[in-house]
Design a protein around this ligand. Structure first.
Ligand code: FNR
Length: 373
């Protein structure tokens, strides 16, 4: 039996295996942050994929904190009611635990979807809105210049994270993930490049962590202990003078100390001309490994161009991480876990109605197994 497809206990959740589907924004709702037809099929598809855990995409904790006008939201009860209904339906056919990611996009709020105008920040005429950030530095030349977030704004946004998490709990999500990665608001505070404040919230690494940890603590205090609470953050910005790995590790240790149930290590997307080795398989696994070394008893998730079963198996065998997240691999092949398991001579959950015809009774498993040799 492979390690990748062996069960894993995440707090109260029993994962069928160590494969995670990471959050992937779909930019496919109307302007009110409500789940619609696309997410009903998308989430259902991911829940049938054989993965051990599904993390639904970034949900805006307030309307102004959405990445685009087409993001999911968790700032009102109607949004939570639709999520509860969706989860109730999915649970009729899948036991895969499903959580959501909570986000405030900061200076990267109010953009077009990636396939419109290359995801450029929206002008007022296009429906854009004023944004906030630690400093008045736009993400890219030509993008909207954010206003500087003051302490009253920080308090409001902290409360918005808490309120959104409580709504998500009432919607019966299995867990929540705090988004502190990929150049959104909390990640902007952590970075010495996007945070050039001279008050208590900028300058030293301790000061840059102050607001993200304030949010993280408030969320930890509010989120009930009976379900996991995770966090995603950058291990690197792939930019000279950007967030240092030691700073990211110190941040991860602080999060672990305040009781986060998993540490999900991502990277990049805070600096538009970053130089990430993004074509190198498993290019962020060593960042996760550094977090795991500093916090050996924490549950760590690695991500970043992990796309084949034997590769994912080698990564969990290396001890650098407990779980591996596979994003684009699942968009490419919604049965990724099932095929990866076959390539490893193992199995992942397969829906009973399909069972008479596969996966082992169908020739594709031989193709996958041959490709893995
Ligand atoms: C993403 N990613 C992402 N990350 C995140 O924390 N919240 C999000 O909402 C999104 N949205 C998103 C949408 C799409 C379409 C993609 C492809 C990616 C990043 C994602 O979770 C993952 O970290 C990267 O895709 C790298 O993993 P893979 O794809 O190399 O396995």
């Amino acid at each position: 039996m492979s390690k990748l497809f062996s069960p894993f206990q995440l707090k109260n959740l029993e994962l069928a295996n160590r494969v995670v589907i990471p959050p992937m924004s779909q930019y496919s709702v109307g302007t009110d942050g409500l789940i619609g037809a696309w997410h009903q099929q998308h989430v259902g598809r991911m829940a049938l994929s054989g993965a051990g855990l599904v993390i639904m995409e970034a949900h805006g904790v307030e309307a102004e904190g959405r990445i685009s006008a087409h993001d999911l939201g968790m700032w009102n009860d109607d949004q939570a009611a639709l999520l509860k209904s969706l989860l109730g339906t999915v649970r009729e056919y899948s036991s895969t635990p499903i959580g959501i990611q909570l986000n405030h996009a900061g200076r990267k709020a109010g953009t077009n979807p990636p396939w419109v105008d290359a995801g450029h920040s929206m002008t007022d005429e296009q429906g854009g809105w004023p944004t906030v950030a630690p400093s008045a530095i736009p993400y890219k030349p030509g993008w909207r210049v954010p206003g500087i977030l003051d302490e009253a704004g920080m308090a409001r946004i902290t409360q918005a994270f808490v309120d959104a998490a409580l709504r998500a709990y009432a919607a019966d999500v299995d867990f929540v993930e705090l988004h502190a990665a990929n150049g959104y608001l909390l990640s902007q505070f952590l970075s010495p490049l996007s945070n050039q404040r001279t008050d208590d919230f900028g300058g030293t690494p301790e000061n840059r962590m102050r607001f993200p940890l304030q949010v993280a603590r408030a969320l930890r205090d509010a989120w009930p202990q009976d379900r996991p609470l995770g966090v995603r953050f950058n291990g690197s910005e792939f930019a000279p003078e950007g967030l240092a790995l030691e700073e990211a590790v110190a941040f991860s240790s602080a999060l672990h100390a305040i009781g986060y149930d998993y540490l999900h290590v991502s990277g990049g997307y805070n600096i538009y001309d970053q130089q990430a080795p993004a074509e190198q398989p498993g290019y962020m696994v060593n960042l996760a490994g550094a977090v795991k070394s500093a916090n050996p008893d924490a549950v760590v998730i690695a991500v970043g161009l992990i796309y084949e079963g034997p590769q994912a198996e080698a990564i969990v065998q290396s001890g650098k991480t407990d779980l591996v997240a596979v994003g684009r691999g699942f968009l490419d092949d919604a049965n990724w876990a099932i095929h990866a398991a076959i390539a490893l001579g193992d199995k992942a959950p397969w829906p009973s109605p399909y069972d008479r015809f596969g996966p082992l009774g169908w020739p594709t498993h031989k193709v996958h197994a041959a490709a893995a040799d």
